[in-house]
Ligand binder design. Sequence first.
Ligand code: PLP
Length: 441
Amino acid sequence: MSIIKLLSKKLERTIFTTPTHNQKAIFSQNYDCFYKDDFSEIEGYDNLSNPKTHILMAQGKASDIMNTKNTYFVTQGATVAILAAMKALINPADKVLVARNCHKSIFSGLVITAGCVDWFMPETDKSWGIYTKINPKKLESTLQLNKYKAFIMTSPTYEGVNSNIKKIAEICKKYDTYLIVDEAHGSLYNFSDILPQTAINQGADVSINSLHKTAGALNQTALLNINKNIRNTDSNIFQKALNLFHTTSPSYPLLANIEACLTYLNSKKGYDEIQNLLLEIDKFKNELKRYGVEFFEDEFHDPTKLFLKKDGLSGFDLSEFMYKDFKIEDELNNSIGCMYLCGIGTTKQKLEKLKVALKKIQTNPSFEPIYTEFQPFPLVKIQPVDTFNRDYIFINKQDSLLKISNKMIIPYPPGIGLLYPGEAIQKWHLDYLDKDVEVII
Ligand SMILES: Cc1ncc(COP(=O)(O)O)c(C=O)c1O
């Protein structure tokens, strides 16, 4: 089917995925603007690569709102904001410590910057099958052993787990290591006193937000935030890095959408919408807990990520039945549970629909959960920068043990790498590999 035909069909399902805006314009934007306001950088409209007037003002306002030294608008997703942050702070051969539950864009950043990676394993929760927090003590022991230019981590995780950034930022500062926090999933934090604090307000040097995930903005809108107290950086280095990756034809409708989104979130209306959403989520959870639904919760958990399991069903089964029987689609599922994502645009009616379905869903009393093993510590044989254009051959999976992979294994979502090019294939990986495996020679 053509894309045009596909989009002309009504979406006959309820989606709890990104973006959360419910396919409705929440702030002053609609589809017409894509044609009406679709300019290149014509006279009088400023220029994203060297902003001097309107864009500079809008970004300045954003930086006041976000409490940053600079907040840059990005129209190519958190991915480009991450690449720019890495390019600005990491030089070839710099050692970089990266939490293994990072998004795949960080591997791209390692290829582009030629930084040398050491992986850092976050804590895990086996009963939910997810990565959780960064352990500050373990981080400090790692930073004592080696000098790292930067530590890159994700907080919140896809499932809403937040690390103690304040503590982590203190440790990174002590060892003169930049802290880059991928806060793609935490774009609402600056606008609520119930949600966790932003990474920037807790001391991260740089943070990245995807406004399109939960903040009601359009796909590809993102922010790159720089801390007021960042050490030893050229004040123009982030703009310079962004200019390496940003299109020279940024979309004005997307730039306006970013501005409108931040203005809305920073208003009483935006604040109230988040408060009401959190209230509705609280009621939703309290009611469903009486129907055999268990929610993932911990200290600093972001409640807008409804990661839940139902007694008597695996996450895979729950996801399938919810889709088949109720036409409700989750953002993510694993062998234990499903994650239903909420944010700006998630209505009470939508939550009600989810609640009714979760109450009704049939379960199997003899079901036993299967707890999957987490990936082993990665064995990096070739640094990311040297893996990009290598000669490779295909070999039989049975013969691939300890050979060096030329491919990534990245289930999406969440886009966390199980194996990257340059890493040795371990026994654990075999289940995820095709019959013929691409290895570097
Ligand atoms: C943690 C995390 N970081 C970054 C990204 C990339 O975001 P974007 O799609 O805005 O480029 C994603 C996307 O799923 C993500 O989950």
